[in-house]
Structure formats: C-alpha cells, structure tokens
Design a protein around this ligand. Structure first.
Ligand code: HMG
Ligand code: MG
Length: 310
C-alpha cells in the first residue's frame, strides 16, 4: 500500500495569519481590518485561529492592539481563539481578553531565545511555570511552541535531541500540545522526519504540530513528510503572510490556501472551506496593498475570474 493511503484522515489546520502573519508587517493595519480577518477565518471553519499576542509592544508593535481585537471579534461557537503569552503579565491580559488557548514560546537554540524573548531557554521555562498554573486554574488550554527546531539564524544547525529536550520541558509544564517550528524555513523532509521521530519519543505524535515557514520553498514537502509519520496538526498563514521579527529574511508560514489545496487533494478532511480562505486572502492582501503570496490562492482567483467570463 502507498504511504499516501495511510495518512491521518482528519488534519487540524491552525490558522496563524492574524498573529504570525501580521506581527511582521511594518505597515499600519487598522483594528477593523484585523477584526474582519479573524472573523472571516473563523467563518471559514478553522477550529483554532491564532488571533493575538500579549507581548511587549516595544518588541512587537503590530500586536499592541491585541486586547482590542479580542474584545471586538464576534466569537463563533466551536472556534478557539489562541494567543501568544511570554510571561505572567501577558497571561493576565490574555485571560482578561477571554483567550481560549495560550501559547508559551521558547526555542531549541539558546541564541534565538535570547534574541526573541531576552532570556535563556531554562529561564523561559521557569517564567512559564506560573503561566501554566494560571492556565490550569482558569481551564484554558496550554500550547508550547519551539522555534528554530530545524535550524537557527544565529547558531546554525540544531540537533533533534535539543528539540526533544525542550518538548520534554514543555510537556512537564503541562502543555497539551507542542509546536515544532521551522522559524527560518530551512528544514527539508528527511530532517523534519528526524526531528519528529526524536520528539515523539517524549510526547505522542498526536500532540505534536508542524509550524513550517516557507522561506526555502520546503514547507509543503515538510508537511507531507510529517503527515507520513502520523502528525495531524499543522499551522498555516492565509495568503502566506508573515515572517518573524527576530529572524531576518524569514518569510511567512506555508500559505493556508496551498496547504488546504494539497490536503483536500489527498482526500484528507480539514473542515475548512478553501473558497472562503481564498476570499480572506484576497481581503488581507488588498488591505496590505500587494498580491497574495499563496500560489493556490492566486490560481484559484484566476480560475474564478476566467469561469465568470465564460
Ligand atoms: P524584556 O525587555 O526582557 O522584559 O522583554 P521586561 O520585563 O524588562 O519588559 C520590557 C518592557 O515591556 C517593560 O515596559 C514591560 O512593562 C513591558 P517599560 O517598563 O520598558 O515601559 N512588558 C510587557 N508589555 C505588554 N505585555 C507583556 C509585557 N511584558 C513586559 N506581556 C519579553 C521580555 C518576553 C516581554 C519580550 O522579549 C517580548 O515581549 N518578546 C516577544 C517577542 C515576540 O513576540 N516575538 C514574535 C513571536 S514568536 C514567533 O513568531 C515564533 C513562532 O511563530 C514560532 C516560530 O515560527 O518559530 C511562535
Ligand atoms: Mg512562526
């Protein structure tokens, strides 16, 4: 039997465009645009939309209005609105905003942890302990995210064992799920499988997710490599928005439209309406004054226009 016939039948796609995507945009984006983007994505059927980040506005100015975004959105039952939280202060703001899942984030490389959150990996885990306790008390889901799991812009190569070690620390904190993030998009399918195999010795594959930036054009191949191992949760960014303010040159996550096109083409179920995501991608690209970075999004738009012309 082909390995493609043994893939997980349902795949969770976490839409991270409003957070990972917009955080890296230099242009001013209105509150109304952010709210409409989140609402369009929730309406498209994502079970989880990463909508905000309660981080220092000095570090990431674009996320400064996260509380307002959370306050304004019309919430859909069945959608979890998640947000990044770096410390207790951020957690207090996230809980006050009614976030359904908080994401604590560290790195597999010491150099990147210092640049992104201004502390060591061990210090970040210690900082997350009270955050995790607050999540438990409030009954809010806790997710962990590990940057530079496939390479670091400052340190270079990152060993799978180093990633697995941070997965273990995040599992000990009480994280429900842990994201394996290729922040700078350097991973290739064999390296991705090696990292997931190492991490799955610590936490079951069903609790690991792939967060692949597409800088080197490898993200879809990397998703397929992880799917083959049984990973069934992936992050994607509508219109391929984004990058990372602390990883120079990093481009956005795999575009959601491209990911859905591949998953649906494989006959896998996501519960997400691709057409509605294409519309959301067109909306945000127009608001940013540029073309969508999604190949499938652009092709589907063109196909629609040609069909309409007859
Ligand atoms: P610090 O400067 O070491 O900490 O930053 P601090 O405690 O000295 O705080 C500095 C200032 O920020 C102070 O203000 C604090 O009050 C304020 P001042 O006294 O100077 O006026 N502050 C806050 N304000 C609002 N909300 C807060 C908060 N905390 C402190 N929660 C800190 C340490 C962790 C706060 C900072 O480094 C930070 O916010 N970093 C966030 C960086 C970030 O958001 N990066 C992008 C997201 S991660 C990512 O994209 C990767 C991911 O996608 C996976 C992948 O692809 O790799 C998840
Ligand atoms: Mg990211």
């Amino acid at each position: 039997m082909s390995t493609l016939q043994q893939l997980p039948r349902h795949v969770d796609v976490v839409e991270v465009g409003p957070r990972d995507g917009l955080q890296n945009e230099a242009a001013a984006i209105t509150l109304e645009t952010k709210v409409e983007l989140v609402e369009r994505l929730a309406a498209a059927g994502f079970a989880n939309v990463e909508a905000a980040a309660f981080v220092s506005p000095k570090w990431v100015p674009q996320m400064a209005d996260s509380a307002e975004v959370m306050a304004r959105i019309a919430r859909r039952p069945g959608t979890t609105y998640s947000a990044l939280v770096p410390n207790v202060r951020g957690m207090e703001a996230a809980l006050a905003a009614g976030v359904g899942e908080v994401v604590v984030f560290s790195a597999a490389s010491e150099a990147f942890a210092q640049r992104n959150i201004n502390c060591s990996i061990a210090e970040s885990i210690a900082r997350f302990e009270p955050v995790a306790a607050m999540a438990r008390d409030a009954g809010v889901r806790l997710r962990g995210s590990i940057s530079c799991a496939l390479g670091c812009p400052y340190q270079g190569a990152v060993a799978p064992a180093a990633v697995a070690d941070v997965v273990r620390r995040m599992a000990d904190l009480g994280c429900d799920d842990v994201d394996i993030a290729d922040t700078i998009g350097v991973g290739t399918p064999g390296a991705v499988q090696a990292v997931f195999e190492a991490c799955a010795r610590v936490l079951p594959m069903q609790r690991l997710a792939g967060h692949f930036h597409d800088t080197y054009g490898q993200a879809l191949a990397n998703v397929l490599a992880a799917l083959e191992l049984g990973v069934a949760s992936f992050h994607a960014s509508v219109a391929g928005l984004g990058g990372c303010p602390y990883a120079k040159g990093a481009t956005g996550n795999v575009a959601t439209e491209d990911l859905l096109y591949m998953l649906h083409g494989l006959g896998l179920h996501t519960g997400v309406d691709l057409d509605a995501v294409v519309d959301a991608g067109t909306f945000i690209s127009a608001a940013l004054g540029r073309a969508s970075h999604s190949r499938a999004g652009r092709a589907l738009q063109l196909h629609r226009a040609e069909t309409a012309r007859g």
